[in-house]
Design a protein around this ligand. Structure first.
Ligand SMILES: [Zn+2]
Length: 306
């Protein structure tokens, strides 16, 4: 995509501006993106369930700092009929019919989300950014730093979608599809629990960022939960509605909030987000888990057809 090269400086500047001082814009170069079809995940790279859908590596150390990192989006995962049907079923058990109008079920919205998420890892305060001489790990501690970096990346994905929409690179209808897809993605992570199965004190960064996004967007009136409404499947009572027309402005506020926390090394504000939207939303998150855990979760089997 052309914007990836020509617009990179704008994207970097945009995130830097929202993050605010003491962070200041820096020159950003990285290659964006490679689309790859996975033919085999093996060894450490193969999970019992699921697989990585995008990566930007390395995201620390000299290669990252010199802007020589590479970003990939895995473009053939979860595109099989079973995965697509299961994902739609899950969405229909949580969201109302009006929201599902914006769920295309096609790979493109999710792919753009993945690309922008990976791009945002390279933008704003990242890599070896230091505030007061300290890295994010030293300020926040490892687990919270990881959650914040993922939160920044996914917030970047939501906000960059608005950025591209506002400049006519993508149209309004497609931006709405990207946002709804991102929220459906978030519910999937929320359903997998906030802490790892083998260490109940170890946060799962994607799950926690997802819970923070959902809670923040509910507070902003972008997403509403009606305990009496029927979900799109007509069966589940209690349903979420995404007010897509309110999405864009809220992404800027969220980018400012999250970028600012990283820029200032504001540990108290970071902990407050986790406290409010992870620890303080267990009922909401459990409801999502209860709906989605009814569905089969497939493992991926790879075959190469020539
Ligand atoms: Zn990430």
């Amino acid at each position: 995509m052309d914007f990836a090269r020509t617009g990179l400086g704008f994207l970097a500047f945009g995130i830097a501006t929202l993050a605010g001082p003491p962070y200041s814009p820096r020159p950003v170069t990285f290659h964006l993106p490679d689309f790859i079809d996975i033919v085999l995940n093996a060894g450490e790279d193969r999970s019992p369930l699921g697989a990585t859908i995008g990566q930007s590596l390395p995201n620390w150390g000299p290669v990252a700092n010199e802007g020589r990192g590479r970003t990939v989006a895995m473009s053939n995962l979860y595109t099989d009929p079973d995965s697509r049907a299961t994902r739609r079923q899950g969405a229909e058990s949580l969201f109302d019919a009006a929201t599902l109008v914006h769920y295309s079920g096609e790979p493109a919205p999710g792919l753009l989300n993945t690309i922008l998420h990976e791009a945002a890892h390279n933008l704003g305060p990242s890599h070896e950014y230091r505030v007061g001489g300290k890295t994010d790990r030293e300020i926040f501690g490892g687990p919270l730093a990881s959650t914040l970096e993922e939160l920044k990346a996914q917030t970047g994905a939501l906000w960059l979608t608005e950025f591209l929409r506002s400049r006519g690179v993508i149209d309004e209808a497609f931006a709405r599809q990207v946002w709804v897809d991102a929220i459906i993605w978030a519910t999937g992570h929320i359903a997998s629990g906030m802490y790892t199965a083998d260490d109940k004190t170890r946060p799962k960064p994607y799950s926690q960022l997802a819970a923070i996004h959902l809670g923040f967007l509910i507070d902003e009136g972008v997403i509403a939960f009606d305990p009496k409404a029927r979900a799109a499947n007509g069966e589940d009572i209690g349903s979420f509605a995404v007010h897509v027309q309110r999405f864009g402005p809220a992404t800027e506020k969220l980018m400012r909030l999250v970028g600012g926390i990283k820029a200032r090394g504001d540990k108290a504000a970071a902990e407050a987000l986790v406290q409010k939207y992870v620890e303080g939303a267990t009922e909401r998150n459990a409801r999502i888990a209860q709906r989605l855990q009814r569905l089969p979760k497939g493992s991926l089997v790879y075959a190469l057809e020539l």
